[in-house]
Design a protein around this ligand. Sequence first.
Ligand code: GLU
Length: 304
Amino acid sequence: MIAIQDILDTITKEAKAESHKGKVANYIPELAKVDKNKFGIGLLDEHGRLFKAGDAEERFSIQSISKVLTLSMAFGLLGNDLWKRVDVEPSGDPFNHLSLLEMENGIPRNPLINAGAIVIADVLISQLKNPKEAFLEYVRNITNDPSIAYDTHVAASEQKTGFRNYAAANLIKSFNNLHHPVEEVLDFYFHACSLSMSCEQLVHVFYMFSNRGKCLRNHEYLNTNQIKRINAIMLTSGFYDEAGEFAFKVGLPGKSGVGGGIVALLPGKFCVATWSPGLNEKGNSKLGMQALEKLTTRIGLSIF
Ligand code: GLU
């Protein structure tokens, strides 16, 4: 019997003692205020048992982790037609890169880079009457947690400084792959990124990706084949231009965000979330990545 709680406690102690914690993202001014000494980890196993350590109950800005959730909502609504608007290849480039978009005629490489998530936001605006409310409801329903909310300060902060996202959206629009005004699409995109959630809440929403599309209450949001596709995209594209390194070290599909969160999962077994706001040079949480490498090494399980 693997003592999960002991492993999480040890990983947390080691992370808290680490002196090189990475750099907190500051290109979104509101994120620069976060204390980089925070560290939390939560794990939900296949029986629905929750294990947690450190600051696992504290909420933070999930940022790009939301891209998996907007993708799953859009995929559920639109089905395979979605892939006409966005590709499924890793980009090998930073999350806010623009030149590939120009070379590939406004079809983003995948839905987990900014350009891809901006197209997904546009798809959801076409499908939903009140996309911001409907998306929030979707996340609240999956987790059965009505307290989950947007952090409007973070959304407003990004609205003022998200120049590269405005550039990407305008470029996509010039190729006719955005059907709504840039401002409207980015307003929704920035709100989705601003979702404020804890590691404990994140494992409750991502549980369905480890449980063939069903949430803890057994409601099915996506079918098995759709889950296969989303997990494949997380493995190949979930960590900016460090997806290879994450697969190599951790061996799980997952997604990171510049708020310092990471979620990862082992299908049929568990879902795990970490939070440590300091990032490495590639924009992934430095200690979060280390913690997940230790976790899969110490429990001896990964998708490989
Ligand atoms: N809202 C952030 C941006 O668009 C998300 C970046 C990230 O977490 O990767 O720059």
